[in-house]
Design a protein around this ligand. Sequence first.
Ligand SMILES: Cc1cc2nc3c(=O)[nH]c(=O)nc-3n(C[C@H](O)[C@H](O)[C@H](O)COP(=O)(O)O)c2cc1C
Length: 358
Amino acid sequence: MNILAINSSPRTGNQSKTELMLNHLIDGMREAGADVETVNLREKNVKNCIGCFTCWTKTPGQCLLKDDMTEELFPKWLKADLVIYATPLYYHTMNGVMSLFLERTLPAIQPFFEKADDGKISHPVRFKIPAAVWLSVCGFPDESEFDVLSHYLNHTEHKDTTLVAEIYRTAAESLTNPFVKEKAADVLNATTEAGRELVKTMKISPETMARIRQPLEDPTVFAETANLFWKTCIAEGVTPKQFEEKNMVPRPDSLESFMLLFPFGLNADAAGDRKVIMQINFSGEVAGSCFFNIGKGKINSQKGTSEKPDIAIDTPFTVWMDIMTGKADGQQMFMEQKYTVNGDIPLMIQLLDKEADT
Ligand SMILES: Cc1cc2nc3c(=O)[nH]c(=O)nc-3n(C[C@H](O)[C@H](O)[C@H](O)COP(=O)(O)O)c2cc1C
């Protein structure tokens, strides 16, 4: 099977969740024996359709513009058995780059109007339009984000073309979030499986589709962590790409957001069979106390103070946030008595060593 993958994301590598999903889909397709070529539209010169209808009149089937679309992409597109359209969701639909590509496929259609058996009037095609798989990713966690795109695709499905599959991934920015790495890995593995299934059966099974679409995190947690992420980007003057390159982590700005994020950085397995209570008392900019019950690989956060903590940390909020976000060295701060610890210090060090469980 000869497959052409058209990627309209302007971003690259793992920064681009479109590319991340597409690469996994293609891996599966290649494993199943397909010949796949990827075209990144960001590297191509594709001019705007100027609406002259020359391709319908003076040179039927041939666009008058001279660019990569006419010379390279349109002929490749026509030859493909299957085309994957991979687009980031922008303003609830495909992005402008993909829309531009589609508009330039006008030479494949004839100008005439034909009435189908269902009474619908459409243009007959001039050339065989390849079957399509659409892949899109978006930022919001709600599935309805894809309603507009899906409606468009199903509305424009031509009687001579087939919409083979629609693969949609919500909250796609979380695919590289270490807090949800097991689920994200399952989504990506399922996407590879979808690639295999498509080549073998031209379908994606409901089980595989459910794994691709599975929620990555609770929407409230998603919104809170995403807000902290953007606040940190703004405060530090970095773009999301720079945030990732610098290995930064979102900086809590309240007791509540600290309680939400802190457990993700803890190595709960370090508690072993014990039930450990870690108390943190903040002073300064954000004053207040909370504690974490750690046991059996689970962590439960509570506001207030525990009667018998195994570890009690007293620290200015800013100092602990600097340590948590890698701006300050925890050991150095301890030596300089910027914070104090009472209780089982070796256990605290193990609990704070998240890398130890990976
Ligand atoms: C201009 C623009 C418009 C966007 N519009 C939406 C939108 O309507 N709904 C949504 O859920 N996400 C929206 N997003 C978020 C992107 O879909 C999301 O970041 C996605 O991961 C981008 O794909 P990429 O990672 O391949 O660049 C938008 C992003 C940009 C830059």
